[in-house]
Ligand binder design. Structure first.
Ligand code: LLP
Length: 419
């Protein structure tokens, strides 16, 4: 089972709740998440990798709603963070800091300090310069911390250029020679215990081959390091597992594990995984209402009350999100629509040339697979309050983030006396 959104008598349900009923209570647009799908995806990975008992650090950039984080943390997940803000959220959600790993090419001194004080498990360091800086910050606090070096293995993951991270020309990680240098100079960093290696080559990767290729490179590197007497304790394999948006056939957790586990046989690393999209992607939808339809000489448009500020993936990556009418009509008539938002630019579309049932004003439609990088990438562009977020578990549902108000839009702004 890929997710828990289903039709019953032509009505879309999330678990046991009718989506239409939520819309009439909460208004539109809103993100809708299934607790069951979220937690089951985590459990699928836990099960597939049971043999090596990895620490699964959910990559919270995919969806960092506190209710979601708490649900996953309670099922044993740690968290992968990339900022001081995510550290704050992680702790608000009750995540044990000893299960937090911190990646990113631009951690500020202050963010480093917050994470050191919190006592996180590992920093994933992305350059020699960052290593020097982290040493200084840690020394100042009179602490000692664990560090993994993020390797850039120069492998093409075969995904969109914007989400490719493991090729040499990207800003991420250290090449193998530089990483080797860092291990050799370990004594230069008395407050850092360089005891791990991290690799994350990209996102929405549907085949195992790029992973295998990258991990093989890393393993050869690790063997060389160990031969020189360096001890490596943590091996972080990153995230990147692809999901189904339209007709992809991504590897399952089980297939992935089957490819990966044999590579590490006989090695005793504490393996860390950082999936984001795999857990969150199909666990959420974006529900929106048709404001108007519009027919021009060129096109049929359906203008909806969600825009690129709510879901930017189509505009930014040309991503495909399936359209699910919240109520399926009996009428056979289908129309090819561009589904667009109210924002004042042509990049503001959620779908293009999509054949769906004929739509009219007030109809509700949902965009599927919007649980990852949906709300978390939302903005207030065009002074649009961000959408509500709703979580369903069984027959219960709750607003887990209130729709923003106009007051929220101006929070923190001031008009100086001299203007
Ligand atoms: N670990 C690191 C270090 C990462 O940078 C990322 C994602 C992940 C783990 C999780 O990757 P996942 O399992 O979700 O593929 N906004 C884009 C995706 C950006 C991914 C950024 N890094 C999108 O909407 O497709």
């Amino acid at each position: 089972m890929m997710h828990d959104f289903e039709y019953l008598n032509r009505e879309l349900y999330c678990e046991s709740v009718r989506v239409r009923d939520i819309a009439s209570r909460v208004g539109t647009p809103f993100y809708l998440y299934s607790y069951k799908t979220f937690t089951e995806h985590l459990m699928k990975l836990q099960k597939a990798f049971k043999l090596i008992d990895p620490l699964i650090c959910y990559s919270m950039k995919a969806n960092s709603n506190l209710a979601i984080l708490r649900s996953l943390v309670k099922k044993g997940a740690g968290l992968d963070i990339v900022s001081g803000g995510e550290l704050f959220r992680a702790r608000e959600a009750g995540c044990d800091p000893s299960k937090i790993v911190y990646a990113g090419v631009g951690k500020t001194d202050s963010e480093m300090e917050q994470a050191i004080r919190a006592g996180i498990l590992l920093f994933n360091v992305e350059s020699l310069q960052e290593l020097d800086r982290l040493e200084r910050v840690t020394a100042k606090l009179k602490r000692r911390i664990n560090v993994s070096l993020r390797i850039n293995p120069d492998v093409d993951p075969g995904t969109h250029a914007h989400i490719t991270t493991g090729k040499a020309e990207t800003k991420f990680g250290l090449d193998l020679d530089t990483a080797h240098l860092a291990f050799m100079r370990k004594d230069k960093y008395p407050h850092l215990s360089i005891c791990g290696v991290h690799v994350h080559i990209g996102s929405q990767i549907v085949k195992s081959e790029p992973f295998v290729k990258a991990f093989r490179k890393v393993l050869i590197f690790l063997t060389a390091l160990e031969r020189e007497g360096h001890r490596v304790k943590f091996l972080n394999l990153g995230g990147g597992l692809g999901i189904i948006y339209s007709d992809e056939r991504p590897q399952t957790a089980e297939q992935f594990a089957k490819q990966i586990l044999p590579l590490f046989q006989g090695r005793k690393y504490k393996v860390i995984l950082e999936p984001g999209r795999f857990i969150a992607g199909n666990s959420g939808i974006l529900v929106t209402r048709v404001i108007d339809t519009k027919q021009t000489k060129a096109k049929h448009f359906a203008i909806v009350d969600a825009g690129m500020n709510d879901l930017i993936r189509p505009a930014l990556y040309g991503s495909h999100h399936e359209i699910w009418p919240v109520r399926q009509t009996r009428a056979a008539k289908k129309v090819i629509y561009d589904v667009v938002g109210p924002i004042c630019e042509s990049g503001d579309f959620l779908a293009k040339n999509r054949k769906v049932q004929e739509l009219k004003a007030n109809d509700l439609i949902a965009f599927a697979s919007a649980g990852a990088y949906g709300f978390s990438m939302a903005s207030n562009y065009n002074a649009r309050p961000r959408a509500a977020e709703v979580l369903v578990r069984g027959s219960r549902f709750e607003v887990v983030r209130a729709r923003e108000t106009n007051q929220d839009l101006v929070r923190g702004e001031r008009i100086p006396k001299w203007v």
